[in-house]
Design a protein around this ligand. Structure first.
Ligand SMILES: Nc1ncnc2c1ncn2[C@@H]1O[C@H](COP(=O)(O)OP(=O)(O)O)[C@@H](O)[C@H]1O
Ligand SMILES: [Mg+2]
Length: 266
């Protein structure tokens, strides 16, 4: 989705933000991410704030609604949601601004921080009063018959560890972009991180040796990991077939490599 500058928003939308933040001195569109039509750091009377948003009539507005609903339950590793408004035909979310850069999964320093943030997240149980998709719903149709139940548990999962969804800020990793909060087995998040570490160039064996630091991965039933790897490889094959851009084709290849490794040990 092409990014729109904050200044291009209708006056009613900008006004609704100003009510929250006070006068806005400057707005800088940020890089990274593809789903939000607007993503900008605002310099405001009440301090810096990050705003993301989408048109209220865009079907993807559902993901903004999920982000809003899950925000009270997120650990400190995630920047806090300060406010949200629906005005001038836009849904806009205001977050604590993080003065950071995207994670680099080729460096041990960043990986150590990301794994620490993930460990913090793993303590969180999926809340009952938020209508979350379950892991079975998301990946079950790609699983072998009777295997989807292996993905079910009550952890709160992020599921999208693309490096531009992790900001490194003063010795800490902050997890952003909760568009896909999910209820499921805790080891699913380290699995998703494994694929992204592979995307950054690591072979599957190396990526798995890193996520083994996460207790849920070490405790996972190897059969469940294998079954999930089968489902995820099928999903990425479908994604890459529908839209064979290089990064999707590469993700599909990594998913197959990880499947091969995990089936060999399941
Ligand atoms: N709280 C924040 N503070 C500073 N920058 C942020 C913050 N949240 C997101 N960003 C920046 O904006 C980009 C897009 O935000 P994200 O929530 O990932 O939206 P998208 O849905 O477009 O992927 C991120 O990759 C990051 O660079
Ligand atoms: Mg993003």
């Amino acid at each position: 989705m092409p990014r729109v500058a904050f200044d291009e928003l209708p006056a009613a939308a900008r006004q609704a933000v100003t009510v929250q933040t006070g006068q806005i001195a400057a707005a800088h569109t940020t890089g990274g991410g593809i789903n939000s039509a607007i993503a900008a750091l605002l310099d405001t009377e009440t301090g810096p704030v990050f705003v993301k948003g989408i048109r209220a009539d865009n079907p993807q507005v559902a993901s903004q609604k999920r982000e809003i609903a899950i925000s009270p339950y997120l650990p400190a590793a995630c920047p806090g949601l300060l406010w949200h408004v629906n005005a001038g035909g836009w849904v806009l979310l205001g977050y604590e601004a993080v003065d950071g850069r995207h994670a680099d999964y080729t460096t041990m320093d960043d990986l150590t921080l990301v794994l620490a943030a993930l460990a913090e997240l793993q303590e969180v149980t999926a809340p009952d009063d938020v209508d979350l998709k379950t892991a079975e719903e998301r990946w079950g149709k790609y699983a072998e018959e009777g295997q989807a139940g292996l993905f079910a548990e009550d952890a709160l999962l992020h599921t999208d560890f693309a490096p531009d969804n992790v900001l490194i800020d003063r010795g800490r990793a902050r997890l952003i972009d909760w568009a896909w909060p999910t209820r499921g087995a805790a080891w699913i998040d380290p699995f998703m991180l494994t694929l992204r570490i592979m995307e950054a160039g690591a072979p599957a064996v190396r990526a798995v040796s890193l996520v083994r630091r996460v207790p849920s991965w070490r405790q996972a039933d190897p059969k469940a990991l294998g079954a999930f790897a089968v489902a995820v490889a099928r999903l990425w094959r479908e994604i890459a077939k529908e839209d064979p851009v290089p990064w999707k084709v590469a993700m599909s290849r990594h998913a197959v490599e990880l499947r091969t490794l995990l089936l060999a040990t399941s």
